[in-house]
Design a protein around this ligand. Structure first.
Ligand SMILES: NC(=O)c1ccc[n+]([C@@H]2O[C@H](COP(=O)([O-])OP(=O)(O)OC[C@H]3O[C@@H](n4cnc5c(N)ncnc54)[C@H](OP(=O)(O)O)[C@@H]3O)[C@@H](O)[C@H]2O)c1
Length: 337
């Protein structure tokens, strides 16, 4: 068995090493990992831009999918042969994380998915939706759950809701699919007309190019008639003002990303005038993830995959994520040979 480990910051410090797999203890399971997916956080961790608090060597990547190949004597959640994914926060099971449940995240404080197999506590995994391949299942632990938490846990999106989604990356494309499956009207903004066409093929109802229509917030307000019910806010600094123009009274803006700046200098007035709700979103908990997997199974949803790379080419995969502005997810196929 091999793992790709980071010995210091910088993707050139990734190398394959042999790993041993001990016998699982009572509540542990052994998972043969088959695929991982990449998120901007993985790239930032590897580059040393996310935190300096990294305990090297680090096995990176939060999101992985595979099959259970052995279980400890007291395991009740899984059987050998089950297809599972990692959880972004392996200790956060339900409700708000008021007791430090978010202190540990996969691929940073504990080993991530860039390895052929691993031992996990049974509580730190979830079953994959049965129709998904490993590559598809690996897309959900971070980006999929983030879109789910924002749309349904925080914004109560339902049939007939209006949802504004920024961009066409991992979180956005899964947000489009989930919102459409729930019966919502979906407005997507992107810098690329080509990617807007692909978003339409995924189900988006209204398309706005945010470069050629810089006042896209007002346009979204107009399209929805009364303002949108929910925004997946991916941009941050450069997008929040437009999001506030788009939102309805009492609507929900879900702060997810910082693709266009981290410092959101806004005045309080638009929030007060619109009775708007701002939600910080930090992926989500296991209960929500299990609801997400059931919903994805019920609606036979398959996430869009931009490109796949073998594990030994993780560096090229990270480059694709950082420079190609993918439509959907970048996936890593794990078996090394
Ligand atoms: N809070 C959380 O729990 C959480 C979880 C996952 C990700 N994130 C964050 O969310 C962001 C997106 O993650 P991702 O995985 O979806 O990344 P991704 O796949 O790399 O997608 C990035 C997207 O950002 C869009 N974008 C960039 N600048 C924009 C702007 N000015 N206005 C509107 N859209 C803009 C791009 O849209 P076009 O190319 O279509 O123009 C692109 O589709 C990142 O900042 C990431 O760190 C947060």
């Amino acid at each position: 068995m091999q793992a790709l480990q980071l010995s210091n910051f910088g993707a050139s410090n990734l190398s394959l090493v042999d790993i041993a797999l001990p016998e699982p203890r009572d509540h542990e399971v052994v998972v043969r990992l088959k695929a991982a997916s990449l998120n901007p956080r993985d790239s930032q961790i590897i580059a040393g831009q996310f935190t300096t608090a990294v305990d090297f060597p680090l096995t990176p990547l939060s999101d992985g999918a595979g099959t259970v190949i052995a279980v400890g004597a007291a395991v009740t959640r899984f059987d050998v042969g089950d297809n599972v994914t990692t959880l972004f926060f392996p200790n956060w099971y339900s409700g708000e994380a008021t007791a430090g449940e978010r202190a540990v995240s996969t691929g940073l404080e504990v080993s991530g998915s860039a390895r052929e197999a691993g031992i996990f506590h049974e509580d730190s995994l979830a079953l994959s939706a049965p129709h998904l391949s490993a590559a598809e299942a690996a897309c959900y632990p971070c980006a999929g759950l983030t879109a789910w938490s924002a749309l349904f846990d925080k914004s109560s999106v339902t049939e007939g809701s209006w949802v504004l989604i920024q961009g066409t990356g991992g979180v956005a494309t899964m947000g489009i699919q989930l919102a459409k499956a729930a019966g919502a009207h979906v407005i997507v903004i992107s810098s690329s007309d080509d990617k807007l066409k692909k978003a339409e093929a995924l189900g988006a109802d209204h398309l706005i190019n945010y470069v050629t229509t810089p006042e896209w917030g007002a346009r979204a307000f107009e399209l929805s008639g009364h303002g949108v019910d929910a925004v997946l806010e991916i941009g941050g600094n450069a997008t929040l003002e437009n999001s506030l123009n788009a939102i309805r009274h009492g609507g929900h803006i879900n702060i997810i990303g910082y693709m266009a700046g981290i410092d959101m200098g806004i005045t309080v007035f638009p929030l007060i005038i619109k009775n708007a709700n701002l939600h910080g979103i930090g992926t989500g908990n296991r209960d929500s993830y299990e609801c997400l997997m059931n919903f994805v199974a019920d609606h036979r949803i398959r996430p869009p995959i931009h490109q796949r790379f073998p594990l030994r080419e993780l560096q090229q995969g990270l480059n694709a994520l950082d420079t190609e502005s993918p439509f959907g997810k970048v996936v890593i196929d794990i078996p090394v040979s």
